[in-house]
Design a binder for this molecule. Structure first.
Ligand SMILES: *Cc1c(COP(=O)(O)O)cnc(C)c1O
Length: 412
């Protein structure tokens, strides 16, 4: 039996479809974000990162680093086991209290990542509700799709942000059947926002529970950085809020927040919580510090929005196909997998600008793009350098400039 052949075949299939991914070998420099070093066969190359989800640069905030380092010195590197075996460490208890307060909920539960919190959170919640029908937005993140799958419950997919379709499915299920609506606040590829209040209206009318992924919004929206639901005044109407500590908060980990009964039941039943080691105390302490900072200060959020708007203006003024968004995410449409990869390679090799290409299956075929994420640290001169470099790459490769409008045929 030639086992190696299976794996070689799996990779060559991807290469044939132009879906094989190569990751840059990068070294971030604390204090100089978004500047970084790229390690290449020819030696180190200084680059500027334009595709980080460390949206506010909190991963290099001096107080966050200090919380991490001092907690590690005091409590060591690892958590020492699962909470079922080793108990809670104090920083994770503090973190969960901070997160519950952030979202105005009774309780929160921390997981080792946002991915795990969705996967095991959705699956466990739906399994605990007899005959639960899960209504899931068509563009939900893979971690939510896997959570729905793992629940083993009947599911119904509603067209992306389509309230009429959602209502039709809710009505069809009937008022008496338990229902869980799972959706995101900000969809991170198109940078669009869910109609949270109107989804809550439907949920209330049809007696459904709501579960929202605010991964791309926590830290970034709302007066205390609790997300879009906070900004829109809808947070109290959402039953379960899920977030990450790894993007705007700059660390690692995920969580759900909600009622005491729900959190206690998930804590007691979720395999992805019970059977895996807790976040290290240092990471929990750093994330907690980051949450606290962004609760108290809106400056980072204001600068983030300003630089994102400036970036969109500069790219549009240069005649580049920016997809209009109402969020901090700046999708630059290419609509061709090979050109998208080639554009990304040339930006990096020739201009020292790092923007990972976004190809299928992250987005549908024909919707390939460069996903640009400005931060408060991308200043005017970096924005101008980005626009100039993109114009050179677009001209050099002959990338179309009229690709910003959505395709006529919606991808499913
Ligand atoms: C990144 C992401 C996650 C997973 O969060 P991690 O903390 O990175 O595991 C969940 N949902 C969405 C929408 C994401 O983009």
């Amino acid at each position: 039996m030639d086992y190696a052949a299976f794996f070689e075949q799996a990779v060559s299939d991807l290469k044939a479809e132009r879906r094989y991914r190569v990751f840059a070998d990068l070294e971030r420099i604390a204090g100089r974000f978004p500047h970084a070093i790229r390690h290449t066969a020819q030696g180190p190359q200084p680059i500027v990162v334009w595709c980080s989800n460390d949206y506010l640069g909190m991963g290099q905030h001096p107080a966050v680093i200090e919380a991490l380092a001092s907690t590690a010195r005091r409590m060591g590197a690892g958590a020492g086991g699962t909470r079922n075996i080793s108990g809670n460490h104090h920083p994770v208890v503090q973190l969960e209290a901070e997160l519950a307060d952030l979202h105005g909920k009774d309780a929160a539960l921390a997981f080792t990542s946002g991915y795990v919190s969705n996967l095991t959170g959705i699956a466990t919640i739906a399994k605990l509700i007899p005959d639960c029908l899960i209504l899931s937005d068509a563009l939900n993140h893979n971690s939510m799709i896997e959570g729905v799958r793992n629940a083993g419950r009947e599911k119904a997919i509603f067209r992306h942000n389509d309230l009429e379709h959602l209502e039709e499915l809710l009505r069809r299920a009937g008022r008496d059947r338990p229902k869980l609506i799972v959706f995101e606040s900000i969809y991170s590829m198109d940078g669009d926002i869910a109609p949270i209040g109107r989804i809550c209206d439907l949920a209330e009318r049809h007696q459904a529970m709501t579960y929202i992924d605010e991964v791309h919004a926590v830290g970034l929206y709302g007066p205390r950085g609790a997300g879009v639901a906070e900004r829109d005044g809808e947070m109290a109407r959402i039953d379960v809020i899920e977030g990450t500590l790894a993007k705007a908060y700059g660390c690692l980990g995920g969580y759900i927040a909600g009622s005491a009964a729900m959190v206690d039941a998930v804590r007691s039943h979720a395999p992805g919580f019970i059977f895996t080691t807790t976040l290290p105390p240092a990471v929990a302490a750093a994330a907690c510090e980051s949450v606290r900072i962004l609760k108290a200060s809106g400056d980072e959020r204001a600068r983030h929005q300003r630089q994102a708007a400036r970036t969109k203006e500069a790219l549009a003024a240069a005649g580049l196909p920016v997809m209009p968004t109402s969020t901090h995410i700046v999708p630059l449409m290419v609509r061709n997998a090979e050109l998208c990869k080639a554009a990304s390679d040339r930006l990096l090799d020739t201009h020292g600008i790092y923007i990972q290409p976004i190809n299928y299956p992250t987005v549908p075929r024909g919707e390939e793009r460069l996903r640009i994420t400005p931060t408060p640290f991308h200043d005017e001169s970096l924005i101008q350098a980005l626009a100039d470099a993109l114009v050179e790459v677009w001209d050099h490769l002959g990338v179309p400039r009229d690709a910003a409008a959505p395709l006529a045929v919606a991808a499913e």
